[in-house]
Every structure is written in structure tokens, then in C-alpha cells.
Design a protein around this ligand. Sequence first.
Ligand code: DHK
Length: 155
Amino acid sequence: MEVKGERPVKILVINGPNLNLLGSREPEKYGSHTLSQINAVVTDFCCSEGVAVEFFQSNHEGEIIDSIHSAPAGFQGIIINPGALTHYSYSLRDAVAAVEIPVVEIHISNIFAREEFRHHSVVSPVAAGHVSGFGPNGYMIAVRGLLDMIRGGRQ
Ligand code: DHK
């Protein structure tokens, strides 16, 4: 809910490499919803909460880092599914650590129940929260958690 006189809350949802293929990509692991369908559900929820939301997807590490750098100018928080960058991108990790707005990491699959290289996230230690294993619903769980943090002032 928007509080009079306060800046309306605006959040950014970032999806990394290969997440543009949701719907057709390994549906047994990532579900059958497309990224557009997931974004539509997140948009509806944000609208009902009086929150503005924007979406960004890229298969390019540098573009994702640039979007994190510029986010504090227009957004109070970020949801990010970094795809495989999660497991090895120290540049992405450093970008998340550099911004002073909460960043919530989300994974559709349970990364801890998959191949060993997916068990480790270089992003989690600098993220405000982590959601993993709830399928596409994880995006909604992450948004709810992020809004609580923003509204409660917890970062
Ligand atoms: C998505 C990916 O693209 C993988 O590289 C990660 C994550 C898991 C997910 O579950 O959303 O390992």
C-alpha cells in the first residue's frame, strides 16, 4: 500500500542467461510457464500492492551488472535469478554487494538437490534473501519478502 507523501515503491526483476527460454527449457526442472507468463503474475500482484515493477532479462553478464548498478536511481529493491552466473560470477556478486538496496536471489529449481556445481551460490552471501525450489511461484515469494524488507526498512 502506498503511503501518502512517500515515494511509491518500485522494484526491478532481473533474469539472467537462458531464462528467456522458460516454458520450453527442461520443463521438468523449470516448469512450463514462460517468462512472460511469470512476469504477468508478478505484475498483477505488484499492482494489487500499489507497487511498480519493471523486468529485465539478458544473456549477457555485463548488461546484468549494468542494470544492477543503475537500479538504486529508480528502484527500492531487486529480485534476481542470475541463472548459471549464480555459481561462478564474482563480478555479479560484487555488483550485488555494491548497491545499497536489498537484492533477493531466486531460483526456480532447488539448486541444492541438483548437480554439485549448482550447490554453491557466490551471490547468496551478499543477497538480502534467497528463495530456491518453489518453481515459478518462487518469484512471488521473493517479491513478498522483498516488499516486507522495503516496508519494514530491513536491508
Ligand atoms: C536457473 C538456471 O539457469 C541454472 O543455471 C541454475 C536456476 C538454477 C533456477 O533454478 O532458476 O543453476
